[in-house]
Design a protein around this ligand. Structure first.
Ligand code: GDP
Ligand code: MG
Length: 223
């Protein structure tokens, strides 16, 4: 069985909107390993977190653009079914980008909060970049990656809502786009196609994320 995310271990710690608080927290967690979920509002960040960490870990929403704060959780891994409480990991549910209805003021606040998050976050923070499998590589995604790229985080790209591709035509449209998706995103570690709702592809993603967390573990153990 090996290591896995201990389901139900995610504990909500803070909803962070204040810059001072953000910097303070990130300073304390500089040497920790973390995972962060980012993507357009409504792409399924909270749903994916729930699929990976257990139902109820994150709030899901029918209204896009609700979460304007960085939601921070702690969680544990389990080894062969036993929760390993000797190491704490952190999870960040980041506020979505590219939601058209936010005011300029709000998008400025988002920018400042994110800039500080990426600048001060632990280097061992695996970024999970989400997109909608029905509409890959939207302008907002590409613009964000152009900005995000410079921070050089270990990143995985996840195309979610695969179950919404109901017809053969929808699926073949995505298949035709795959070469372009791989080409455009050569800088990411790995690309996954999943459905957070139906759990397709979730185990593969889970295993990859756990390996990233463990790698950090072993590296630190050898210091
Ligand atoms: N059909 C389908 N719906 C999904 C999937 N993932 C998320 N959703 C729905 O998309 C909406 C937004 O999800 P949420 O997780 O709140 O998105 P967030 O704003 O990125 O956190 C909700 O109504 C979810 O039920 C999926 O894989 N398949
Ligand atoms: Mg959310």
């Amino acid at each position: 069985m090996g290591y896995e995310i201990a389901r139900g271990s995610a504990k909500f710690l803070y909803g962070i909107r204040d810059l001072g608080q953000l910097k303070q927290i990130l300073k304390e967690k500089r040497d920790c390993a973390a995972l962060s979920f980012i993507g357009r509002s409504n792409v399924g960040k909270s749903s994916l977190i729930n699929a990976l960490f257990g139902k109820g870990a994150a709030r899901t929403s029918k209204t896009p653009g609700r979460t304007r704060e960085i939601n921070m959780f702690s969680f544990n891994l389990a080894l062969d079914g036993t929760v390993d409480t000797s190491h704490e990991f952190y999870l960040f549910d980041l506020p979505g980008y590219g939601y058209a209805n936010v005011s300029q003021q709000m998008s400025r606040e988002w920018g400042v909060l994110m800039e500080n998050f990426f600048q001060h976050s632990p280097p061992a923070n695996g970024m999970v970049l989400l997109q909608d499998a029905r509409h890959p590589m939207q302008k907002a995604d590409l613009e964000f990656y152009k900005y995000f790229h410079r921070f050089s985080f270990n990143s995985s790209l996840v195309l979610n809502k695969l179950d919404k591709l109901k017809t053969q035509k929808d699926r073949s449209k995505l298949n035709k786009m795959k070469p372009a998706i791989y080409q455009e995103n050569k800088w990411v570690q790995q690309i996954f196609f999943v459905s957070a709702e139906k759990r397709n592809g979730i185990d593969e993603l889970h295993n990859s994320l756990v390996s990233q967390l463990l790698l950090h573990h072993t590296e630190r153990g050898q210091e």
